[in-house]
Design a protein around this ligand. Structure first.
Ligand SMILES: [Zn+2]
Length: 352
């Protein structure tokens, strides 16, 4: 299996430098010189890059001999994420009763100071801003829907469909929690089957597929799935997946050009945007990393785009094989350059 590791490391390093709370719970970093491990948003002094070690979870950091940081309290990250979701839903449910940050804090059973730290860390906004935006948004929404002004003023207390809450949820990162929990309480059906590209594993929930990968070894494929969703209930059963497996083989035979397969993947907002852009690349065409970066409105993020490609969990459905180097050369592919070349020439041959 081929991975573009250095780029991914940059991605991680950038998250540390930016103290990006979106990555809290996604990874932990240990500082060799101090023996302490932190979450990316930790306010402490940035370590030097060479003294950092990255861990997927806090247990691994502890096993490697690191101690939890007293400032960012990395072991409490999951609790803090649950807390912020709770706090936001207290605001949601309160309708127009919460008018001030202190009322909000009291309803959530927190001190005002704790509430402020939470909202600033995870949404980048003070409690007052959140209340204000939420009211304004609900008001605008209500007006737009053609309601009477008086009714709007009443509804504007707190709308349940506030865009700010959506924005906050994105920023809060349902994703890190998903990563952290590794599919807890989720049932995932999977099947390992033979394709023109070697062995493949397909796995999905009732909402859609969460993994499609290739390798020469069935054992490796199962290990990959188990590692990613170690807390999920994994059920070896091809029956619910058979329609999609047929579609994939048709596609590999050149008889199907659009894979209409629903996805159930979770990631950061940035990666979701990259993957969406990749799915818009037409069959038989390619895009460079930098052009894709421009298309998503992040012209300087070509390296992060490459990292997002390397992290794609669903081959073919998100056709990251259609993303190549600027100079037209085939670049790395999570499932091997050989497979990427076969896919590109097959699509070229069958495209009209
Ligand atoms: Zn820390």
């Amino acid at each position: 299996m081929e991975q573009i590791v250095p780029i991914d490391e940059d991605d991680i390093w950038n998250a540390i430098v930016a103290r990006n709370a979106e990555y809290d719970g996604v990874f932990y970093y240990g500082v060799i010189t101090t023996g302490i491990y932190c979450v990316p948003s930790c306010p402490s002094k940035r370590p030097s890059r060479s003294s950092v070690r990255i861990f997927g979870n806090n247990e691994d950091a502890q096993a490697a001999g690191f101690r939890a940081c007293k400032r960012c309290k990395p072991d409490e990250i999951v609790e803090r994420m649950q807390k912020i979701h709770e706090v936001m839903s207290v605001l949601e449910r309160s309708q127009n009763e919460i008018l001030s940050p202190s009322q909000w804090a009291a309803s959530a059973g927190l001190s005002l100071d704790t509430l402020r730290k939470l909202t600033i860390a995870y949404a980048g906004l003070s409690p007052r801003d959140i209340i204000h935006h939420q009211k304004m948004n609900a008001f605008k929404l209500s007006i737009k829907n053609g309601n009477e002004i008086s009714a709007s003023q009443y509804d504007a207390g707190f709308g349940s469909s506030s865009r700010l809450y959506e924005k906050a949820s994105t920023l809060l990162g349902m994703t890190p929690r998903q990563y952290k929990e590794k599919g807890k309480n989720v049932r995932i059906h999977y099947a390992i089957f033979e394709t023109k590209l070697g062995m493949a594993i397909i796995a999905g929930t009732e909402k859609g597929i969460c993994s499609l990968q290739f390798d020469d070894s069935s054992d490796t494929l199962f290990d990959l799935l188990q590692k990613e969703f170690s807390k999920a209930e994994l059920v070896n059963d091809s029956e619910p997946l058979s329609g999609w497996m047929k579609m994939l083989n048709d596609y590999l035979d050149g008889n199907c050009k659009k894979l209409s397969i629903p996805l159930d993947v979770h990631t950061t907002a940035f990666r979701a945007k990259v993957w969406e852009a990749i799915r818009r690349i037409p069959y038989g065409e390619t895009r460079s990393y930098s052009r894709l970066a421009k298309e998503i409105g992040e012209p300087k993020a070509a390296r992060a785009v490459a990292a997002a490609c390397a992290a794609n969990p669903v081959a073919l459905v998100t056709p990251c094989h259609r993303v190549i180097h600027e100079d037209g050369k085939t670049s790395g592919y999570r499932w091997g350059i050989k497979r990427k070349k076969i896919l590109l020439s097959m699509e070229k041959e069958n495209a009209e």
